[in-house]
Design a protein around this ligand. Structure first.
Ligand code: SAM
Length: 239
């Protein structure tokens, strides 16, 4: 079965957007994955097609209604067993291992919030898993959904030209990626590190490993601590 992302949004016209170009776009056009963007407003029941209302208890802004969103989820949910994700700054931060898990499954139903968020009761009643893409607040869940879907799609079989290109990447072993270089041999007085042009594959691998460890330790002590903080060397790219 083809991997499919179903997105529930008030702005279906935002899709495929960036997912329609480059790697993800080519894969979409060639049928390696499918994208369905559904309008939450189609599940509104009143004359004005309203989807939101004022927050109970007062306060600014509007809240997406539980009944409308639940109806949209139920109408989209023909496939059983798909993860139901709600993009939300309150969610668990998205990680590469979660992305890999999602890519290995049938593809998620992704709900994009707007306004002040969604009524808590639909989160509970439809068992929505809240997912954040970082500690900042976007105006809607669509860009967050695109980030999540893009990260999944590039891991699908046949999408990346060379399957190996996913293996050494940042986070693949709980480490950030080593620095990359390409021609010219010298740029504004900065040569490519000699070891990378030595042709000694074992030395190149050891250098990259040491750089990845040093970068991770310097920039992401949280990731470093999670791996148990192994000894590394100082990076040439970090101060
Ligand atoms: N009032 C909410 C709060 O303080 O948590 C913020 C709501 S935000 C303006 C509107 C919608 O954007 C959210 O419901 C969510 O779908 C999406 N969103 C905003 N920031 C996000 C983030 N960091 N990760 C994932 N989704 C986000």
């Amino acid at each position: 079965m083809t991997w499919r992302a179903t997105v529930l949004t008030l702005f279906p016209e935002m899709f495929p957007g960036p997912l329609g170009v480059s790697l993800a776009g080519k894969a979409l056009a060639s049928g390696l994955w499918e994208l369905e963007a559904r309008d939450i407003r189609d599940s509104a029941t009143d004359r004005h097609r309203s989807v939101d209302d004022t927050p109970a208890g007062g306060g600014p802004g509007m809240v997406l209604r539980a009944d409308v969103l639940a109806a949209a989820i139920d109408a989209a949910d023909a496939d059983q067993g798909r993860p139901h994700l709600l993009m939300s700054p309150r969610g668990r931060p998205l990680t590469q291992s979660q992305v890999a898990e999602l890519a290995a499954g049938p593809g998620p139903l992704v709900i994009c919030g707007r306004f002040e968020g969604v009524d808590q009761r639909v989160i509970e009643a439809r068992n929505l898993q809240e997912v954040s893409i970082g500690d900042y607040v976007l105006s809607g869940g669509e860009i967050a959904a695109m980030a999540l879907i893009d990260a999944c799609v590039r891991l699908l079989p046949g999408v990346m030209g060379k399957q190996a290109s996913g293996e050494d990447e940042s986070f693949s072993e709980g480490l950030l990626e080593f620095p990359q270089y390409t021609r010219p041999q010298e740029f504004e007085g900065r040569p490519i590190p000699e070891i990378l042009t030595s042709g000694d594959h074992a030395k190149v691998a050891a250098w990259r490993r040491a750089e990845a460890e040093a970068l991770t330790r310097a920039r992401r002590p949280d990731l470093w601590a999670a791996r148990g903080g192994q000894k590394g060397t100082k990076s040439t790219t970090d101060g």
